[in-house]
Design a protein around this ligand. Structure first.
Ligand code: KG4
Ligand code: ZN
Length: 342
């Protein structure tokens, strides 16, 4: 089954063609970083306008790169939430139009399900059941994934998402937007144990996250550091970046491994933009190795927002007969609900 997947949930216009939820024929992403960069974050209005400009060329390029035409497709999958409402609307109405005119089934996809299933775009895939850590700019959650369509959320962030913390700390550090990559790059030359920033583990065994206290602690520290009031000499911005990154990584790795132990599953996957972070990958691999657990990461282009992961998720929806109607709408908040069992 050949599916075209479209995602316009935030600041990337993306489309990909995937066969049977596994083989990627194309994955085209038009980034809006240059548009939002001067504003230090995503401006929703600008994002919608950019999606309108780019959706047609992005879809056309993804079809031509895949070497297919519209009538070769067996389905169109589109993200309907969670995300920015105006941005989501552009993708949904474009997909509806295509599906209606070309008489192709439409699948309405949850963006987070797309992130979880992005691991199936890789050669090496986990066996069900497994634990998935989804870490992006808008979400930080842990799921127990029992099968395609069967996701039980075990924990989530109570305030900021991990990516949001990276973005905010980068902003206050003057490292600009998007923050994750900038912090990671800066942290390479720093020492991760130079400053002891807080780690919010919450209640014992809790699988929820909280990053807002850490963000505030870094902001206060930055202020003192800039005013030359810190106790230690020769602290560099790289030390601050590395120490901040380490506190996020410590908590993420601890919680995902706790979820693993609670469920007894043998595999762990990580997805979403923050899953590109090399320190996080290194530390999770180490922890998994110690417990004899398999760990899987999608390549970076499948971690950040992309149309191919939406095509993979849409494929499984269509296989289950979950076709979306022309009255489907977008949802800014959209918790994943397990599909009804067959
Ligand atoms: O999944 P994604 O592309 O979009 C959302 O669904 O939010 O994730 C974007 C987030 C941003 O917050 C960005 O700063 C973060 O992922 N990110 C990273 C890295 N690359 C992207 N965070 C830490 N380290 C990275 N290397
Ligand atoms: Zn995402």
């Amino acid at each position: 089954m050949m599916i075209l997947g479209i995602d316009t949930s935030c600041d990337d216009t993306s489309a990909g063609v995937v066969v049977d939820g596994r083989s990627v024929l194309s994955n085209v992403v038009h980034s809006q970083v240059e548009i939002h960069h001067p504003h230090g974050g995503v401006v929703p209005e600008l994002a919608s306008r950019e999606h309108i400009k780019n959706i047609m060329p992005v879809v056309e390029t993804s079809l031509s790169k895949a070497g297919v035409r519209m009538n070769d497709l067996d389905g169109i999958a589109v993200t309907v939430g969670p995300g920015l409402v105006g941005a989501l609307l552009v993708g949904l109405y474009y997909a509806k139009g295509l599906a209606y005119v070309c008489d192709i089934p439409l699948a309405a996809v949850n963006h987070m399900e797309g992130h979880i299933l992005s691991i199936f775009l890789e050669e090496e895939i986990p066996q069900f059941p497994f634990i998935a850590l989804t870490v992006s700019g808008g979400h930080t959650s842990i799921y127990h994934v029992e099968a395609y369509g069967q996701y039980v959320q075990m924990g989530q962030t109570l305030d900021d998402a991990a990516g949001e913390a990276f973005d905010k700390v980068a902003k206050i550090s003057g490292l600009g937007y998007p923050g994750g990559v900038a912090i990671e790059r800066m942290a390479v030359n720093g020492s991760c144990d130079r400053i002891k920033f807080p780690r919010a583990y919450l209640e014992k065994e809790s699988l929820d996250f909280s990053f807002s206290g850490l963000k505030t602690a870094v902001a206060l520290y930055m202020k003192k550091w800039r005013d030359n009031q810190t106790q230690q000499d020769e602290i560099t911005l790289a030390d601050i970046a590395a120490s901040f990154q380490e506190s996020v990584v410590d908590v993420l790795v601890d919680k995902v491994m706790t979820a693993r132990r609670k469920t007894g599953v043998k595999s762990v996957i990580m997805a979403g933009g923050v899953a590109c972070n090399r320190r996080l990958r290194e530390r999770l691999s180490e922890a998994a190795g110690t417990e004899g657990v398999n760990v899987y990461y999608p390549r970076p282009e499948y971690c950040t927002d992309n149309g191919a992961m939406i095509a993979a998720a849409g494929y499984h929806r269509l296989l289950r007969g979950e076709t979306a109607g022309m009255s489907s709408d977008v949802r800014s908040k959209f918790p994943i609900r397990p599909s009804p069992l067959p």
